[in-house]
Design a protein around this ligand. Structure first.
Ligand code: HEM
Length: 620
């Protein structure tokens, strides 16, 4: 029965308070010297304050402050003898001063509570001070430091740095196509912020990614220092977690000894002698692609092909064969799954980053986890097969890969399943998009420059005839095709910039660069620099690569594949595939830009055409 009488309520209330007081930890109880307690306190409280509702009493008041007539003792205060002060006060009938009473009534915490509040207050102050240090004082100090060395840039803005202005410049530039009178002058469109701030602040200037300082360095002699002569002072910059997840924890994202170990394992697989064995496969694949898309129609008609889409199959097939060899079919499944995985990561990257969001079981996240599991299961099966001696042929595929030794056979004996999964993910990302970008821009450039197209076609036909596939022996003799590829890489480098991070304070070009500063080297900016390449820097002139002495390359002014110890491991593969593919296209077709084509390169991780790349193919 619910107790309805007031006596019943009081009893219940007392019992509750007594139980609570007994369970309260001692630190919550007021010290006896501060609150003499006992009868005096209770009397005083009874006089001055109305009885609080039970819940309020339990939450805010020390246990001795009960309702009228009620006396609650903690277990310890019941058993412990009264202190000398209490005895004296009880004897003299001493009362609390008015001030003490007010304090006691309105200051509901014990001294421990007060200490806790003070500590919380202090923590808050420290946190705010740290935040201000990171988001305001440090950036301002660094800004002054760089200014003293003559390095300036767009001023630091609280929290955002220069990001908002950078985004505005990029969005503005991408709303207009490249100028028709100088179509290859694409730097102001692709790296609009660099082009704008370089004019204002010079080749070495300071920008801010949020509160992180990013020193832009575009003088080849300083780039040489960062990548080569003083490379030990700089580390590869850590990509955004989502990009890392997408790229895989492979060579591109590793550091120090682990990077060196992996690079040593993988390098032999990328030697030219091994890779040129892939030439027949590349030729067959391009021939099939042409048959499917260009020659499949009513006969000799013209066909419009979006080459940015069309070329994707080639790097995908080549990377699959080079990585998996005889297990090509299973490898295709893995790469297809990795492609899907990557598309989720790219999509997530274009949205606002919410830390920990990828662990929430949304529909897409569950699909990503499922893809992860499936990829691991499939790769685990191959690797276990290879590790248990199934690579007695030395990993050489005498079928489609023409005796090439697959990358998997280098990795399987020396790396764990997880490492191999991450590495193959990394190859897939690093190889597929970059190679597609190179082939796309080279075809667009050939379509825009019929004179170079004719010259290169004559070379191919002279060497390989009208219908034979190029062989590995033809490769070094396809000089004009090689020059066109180089000029394309100069004007349209798939990776438009590289970033490093200073490991400690280091001197660069007379300026002390503090530890943690990021160094951005705008590859495209260097490639379009008239001081290095001459007044025709923004014109398509493959002839500049005819000279074997190759001066700009030695000067670190031509770096489509990076430079130094971390130079692209796949550059030989990329150049072989590009040469064979372009030679075949030139041999079999004439290309010109579609009337629908808008020349609008833009960077989304890799340089690609903003509105696609439709090109008209006329079979020859
Ligand atoms: C036209 C095609 C390609 C271009 C323009 C290109 C460009 C680059 C650049 C600029 C770097 C250096 C990044 C840096 O230092 O921060 C790099 C590194 C790398 N590339 Fe490529 N790449 C291409 C093709 C490939 C291919 C086909 C693969 C295939 C496996 C590949 C795998 C890698 C790897 C693994 C790294 C990291 C190397 C390391 O840090 O040790 N790349 N690439």
């Amino acid at each position: 029965m619910i107790c309805s009488s007031s006596t019943g309520k009081k009893k219940l209330w007392r019992a509750n308070c007594a139980r609570l007081a007994a369970t309260l930890p001692r630190p919550l109880q007021p010290p006896r010297h501060a609150f003499p307690g006992g009868t005096a306190t209770q009397q005083a409280r009874r006089k001055c304050a109305p009885p609080p509702p039970p819940s309020a009493c339990c939450l805010f008041l020390p246990p001795r402050a009960g309702p009228p007539g009620h006396q609650v003792h903690s277990s310890s205060s019941v058993s412990s003898p009264p202190s000398p002060t209490r005895r004296r006060r009880a004897a003299t009938g001493s009362k609390l001063s008015h001030h003490q009473l007010i304090m006691f009534m309105w200051w509901p915490w014990s001294w421990q509570g007060t200490a806790l509040t003070a500590a919380a207050w202090l923590c808050l102050h420290v946190a705010v001070a740290r935040l201000m240090e990171a988001l305001w004082w440090r950036p301002r100090r660094l800004e002054r430091h760089f200014a003293r060395h003559g390095v300036r840039g767009p001023g630091y803005r609280f929290f955002f740095g220069s990001s908002l202005e950078l985004i505005r410049l990029m969005v503005d530039a991408s709303s207009r196509p490249a100028p028709p009178e100088a179509p290859h002058d694409v730097l102001p469109r692709v790296l609009a912020f660099y082009h704008h701030w370089r004019k204002l602040y010079g080749p070495m200037h300071l920008i801010w990614f949020g509160s992180t300082p990013r020193l832009v360095v575009s003088q080849p002699e300083l780039i040489r220092e960062v990548l080569l002569s003083r490379a030990e002072h700089f580390d590869r910059y850590d990509a955004h977690p989502l990009i890392r997840q997408f790229e895989g924890l492979g060579l591109s994202n590793l550091h120090g000894d682990e990077w060196a170990r992996r690079r040593k394992i993988l390098t032999p697989g990328f030697h030219t002698e091994n890779l040129t064995l892939l030439v027949p496969f590349v030729g067959d694949t391009v021939q099939r692609m042409l048959e499917d898309r260009v020659f499949s129609g009513a006969g000799a008609g013209e066909v419009e092909v979006d080459v940015a889409e069309w070329y994707q199959r080639l790097p995908q097939d080549v990377m699959t064969l080079a990585t998996f060899g005889r297990n090509y079919d299973e490898g295709s499944v893995v790469f297809r799954l990795q492609g899907e995985h990557g598309s989720y990561a790219t999509e997530a990257h274009s949205k606002v980053f919410i830390p920990g969001y990828r662990f929430i079981p949304t529909r897409k996240n569950r699909r990503v986890w499922q893809l992860d599991r499936e990829i691991k299961r499939l790769l685990g099966t191959f690797v276990n097969g290879l590790q248990s001696g199934d690579h007695r042929s030395g990993g050489r595929d005498h079928g489609r890969a023409g005796g090439m030794r697959e990358f998997m056979s280098f990795m399987a004996p020396a790396m764990s399943v997880d490492e191999i999964i991450e590495e193959s993910k990394n190859f897939f990302f690093a190889g597929k998009e970059t190679l597609t970008s190179l082939l796309t821009w080279a075809t667009v450039a050939l379509a825009m420059h019929p004179e170079w197209q004719d010259r290169a076609r004559r070379e191919v036909v002279d060497l390989c005839g009208r219908r034979s596939l190029p062989t590995r022996d033809h490769l070094p003799r396809l000089k004009t095709v090689g020059m066109i590829i180089n000029e394309t890489l100069r004007l349209y480098p798939p990776a438009v910039a590289m970033i490093r991070k200073a490991k400690h304070d280091v001197d660069l070009g007379g300026c002390t660069v503090p530890a943690g500063t990021e160094i951005m080297m705008p590859i495209m900016g260097v490639h379009h620099d008239a001081e290095v390449w001459g007044t025709d820097a923004t014109e398509f002139n493959p002839g500049r690569f005819a000279d074997d002495r190759d001066r700009p390359r030695q000067q670190m002014a031509f770096l489509p594949f990076g430079g130094g110890g971390r130079v692209c491991i796949g550059q030989n593969l990329a150049l072989i595939v590009a040469k064979v593919a372009l030679a075949l296209v030139l041999q079999r077709c004439e290309v010109r830009p579609s009337p629908a084509y808008v020349h609008a390169p833009r960077v989304l991780m890799i340089l690609n055409p903003q509105h696609g790349a439709p090109v008209i193919f006329r079979p020859l």
